[in-house]
Design a protein around this ligand. Sequence first.
Ligand code: MG
Length: 298
Amino acid sequence: MKILISEDDPIFKTILENNLKKWGYQVVSTSDGRQAWDIIRKPGCPNVVISDWMMPEMDGLQLCRKVRAHEAPRYIYFIILTAKGEQQDILQGLEAGADDFLTKPIDYVELKYRIRIGERIIGLEEKVLELARKDSLTGTLNRRAFMEKLDQELERAARKNTPLSLLMTDIDHFKQVNDRYGHLSGDRVLKQFVSQMAQVIRPYDFIGRYGGEEFILCLPDCSIKEARDIAERMRSQIETTPMQISTSRPPIHITASFGISLFSSACEKDPESLIKKADDALYSAKNDGRNCVRMAQP
Ligand SMILES: [Mg+2]
């Protein structure tokens, strides 16, 4: 884990740095609040900030207030260090949004354990964020998380001038599965459907649940021909692998339809229109008798 130190006393800063490194942390350090603020706004900024209160340019409280007002992608655990120790000061620090407060001279054993508390909080926050990104039934990304990741991949594809394929898929006649076997069985079918697709995709492809029994896949750096091969492998695997969802019942046979659209640097970088094209292709697959793969019109 990376920790940012913001401290204007060079000797104290060095001692602090050495201790943190000895405990296995990566350390970035600055000697004033303004430099620290610059680092915090950059991508991949440290999760824990240990900041002195009194510093030139921008003090620890101002820095802390800015951090709290800033929409960082992840929570930043903020520890303020100060020679002040009156209760009034502590309240001021906590009011600015500090998570913890240590008075100088620092007890390093105490600091070590306080950083661990920060790590636990950051770890919990990551778990919550992870849960919020997932579809609770199938474990794929939910629609919102998928769209966020798709935006990043489209950005990358445009910048690197690489293709990207989008695949929409839908289980054929899924309503009949629910009607015939019940919703619990329907849910199990959805889970197995996802795990079968997951066996075919590459490690950097990702799946999102678009709605009900409709899923969307992003295949970065993938030409339309490769995407068609992947979709065809999925289609065939699903058709030929009956789903054993209960020991007391015969397996359920399902098929699925697939629609593919392609992003290339010549296209407009618009996720909605890319999805619309894949959805139209999926609609064609349904019209052409289902259990097939169709490509969007270029
Ligand atoms: Mg100072």
